[in-house]
Every structure is written in C-alpha cells, then in structure tokens.
Ligand binder design. Sequence first.
Ligand code: HXC
Length: 258
Amino acid sequence: MQYQDLLIETHGKVAVIRLNRPKAMNALNDNMMNELGEALYAFDKDPAVNVIVLTGSEKAFAAGADIAAMVNYDYQETHTNNYIGRNWEHILNVRKPVIGAVAGYCLGGGCELAMMCDFLVAADSAKFGQPEIKVGVTPGAGGTQRLPRAIGKSKAMDMLLTTRMIDAAEAERTGLVSRVIPAEKLMEEVVAIAQQIAEMPVSVAIQIKDAVNQAFETTLSQGVRYERRYFHAGFGTPAQREGMNAFLEKRKPNFEGL
Ligand code: HXC
C-alpha cells in the first residue's frame, strides 16, 4: 500500500509506520491522520504482523497538529465536523502492541499521539513539549489527561503552562518513555525490541495491553478482577500449553500463530 504522508516497512512480524511530511516537521494534518488510521487497521488485522512501531524522522516525531491547516478553522469545522475525534484516535482501537519510537521534536499533537502508543522509546535527541498555549489553544488530543497520568501533575502543569520542553533523559526519569537510545541506533534497537515481543504469543500480548489500559479506567479491585478473567481464560489456550510445556521440557517455546 502506498501513502502520501507515511512510509511503511516490515521486518518479519514487525511493521514500521513512519510519519513523513519532512517539509513541515511532520505536522499532523487530516490526510496523514486518515492514512495513519488505514495503515494501523491494515496491520492490526494482518496475521503476518504481531507488533507495530510508529515513528517519525530524525528531526521530528511530529511538531504538532498542522498550524497552517488549523489557522482558519472555525467552530463548525472543529466541533460539528469533529476535528481530532474524526481521525486521531484510531490508534486506541488497535489491539496489537504499538511502540512509539521518538527522535527529535515531539510537540503538541505529536506528543499527544505519541502518548497514545503503548510505550515510548526515545532517541537521545528527543524533545517533548505541549506548546499549544503559545498558539492560543488547549491541547485537544489528550495532552491534559495523558501527560499528568504519565509524569505527574506538577511536571505536566509546568510543561503545559510554560511550554517548557523536556529532553529524553528527563522523559525517561519521569516515566514518559521506557528507554533512551543513542539516536543513530534508535530504529535498530526499537525493531529488536518489537521483534522480541513479536516472538511472544500475540493473543496474550493483546490481553496484557487491554488489561493494562483498564488500569487507567477502573478501580484497582475491578482491574484485578478483569485481569483474573484473562488469566483463567489462558488455561483454555494453546499458548499456555506451549509456554508451560516448553519451560518444563527445557526448550524454546514456539508461539507461531498463537
Ligand atoms: C505547521 C509546522 C509546524 C506545525 C513546524 N512547521 N511545526 N507547520 N504546523 N506544527 C513547519 C515550519 O512552519 C517550517 O515551515 C518547517 O516546518 C520547519 O520548521 P522551523 O520552525 O523552520 O524549524 P525550527 O526553527 O528548527 O523549529 C522547529 C520547531 C518549530 C521548534 C519544532 O517549528 C515549532 O515551534 N513548531 C511549532 C510547534 C507547535 O507549536 N506545536 C503545537 C501545534 S498546536 P517553512 O515552510 O517555514 O519551512 C497543536 C494542537 C494540538 O499541536 C491539539 C490537537 C491535537
């Protein structure tokens, strides 16, 4: 499949989707978000793919929503035609793991999109920020909600109100990203991480992702009950048979197709 604003690669069971509007620092516009939804759904249902990586360029994961496209929007365009809601959140419906690989600027809507990934790995060049206030708007794709959940209220308020960017080291220290990698090795290492996950049973990866996301939507006891159902159901699956028998037989498990 060919896209205007995305580049696609596959590495075995890992699909890499690269945001690609180099002239505009990957500013996110309607076409790119429509294409991103299409690509994500196509890989989510492709049995040859177990894990998706979402990335940008060396300079920018994405410098935000496209300001040139938004500048003349009015209330009708945004509210009635459901700007953001219409095409930005397809990623939340993807069942397989989505890893965000961030180098360079990851700002505004770019940071919000990154935070919709299951986890983030940053290049040491990454810079995260929510500068929307400087262009006269609030965040609109979850920045005021996911950022405080990720890094705590004080840091989130600081970033959202002052527009201060944080670097990769601060992002890792605060829990926004899981690992920091030298920029020149980012994609090699993220693909290796994704391949490690892709060797696991995709059915269980889907369940773990769903259960972790419940942690942000429910009470602790409801969340634990939710997890317990998946755990019990696991004893009716070939992945459990293969995983536990392989351990006891001291061999590598083969989760192909599971
Ligand atoms: C449109 C953008 C853009 C953006 C950069 N460009 N960010 N175009 N929308 N968000 C364009 C520039 O206009 C410029 O085009 C080209 O990309 C290169 O950018 P420069 O500014 O020349 O590069 P540099 O000096 O290196 O500065 C990089 C930067 C800066 C720090 C990332 O571009 C910047 O501050 N960008 C805006 C960041 C921002 O405010 N993001 C939040 C947007 S609001 P030309 O044609 O001049 O070469 C938002 C709302 C989200 O995201 C709410 C809903 C999701």
